[in-house]
Design a binder for this molecule. Sequence first.
Ligand code: FES
Length: 57
Amino acid sequence: MLVCICHSVSDKTIKHWVRQQGVTSIRELRQLTPLGSQCGKCVRQAKEVIYDESQLI
Ligand code: FES
């Protein structure tokens, strides 16, 4: 499922970064992707994906 439509970033990709790169925040995520830099509508959902995935590690 695409989380950021503007930059084609999926939940699967975000989960990968949480697990493999230790991403814990939107700020860290934005060092890896331009997610949220256009319309910004994806930021809330991206935060939820980061939070949910980090609970599973
Ligand atoms: Fe992510 Fe627009 S959907 S910046």
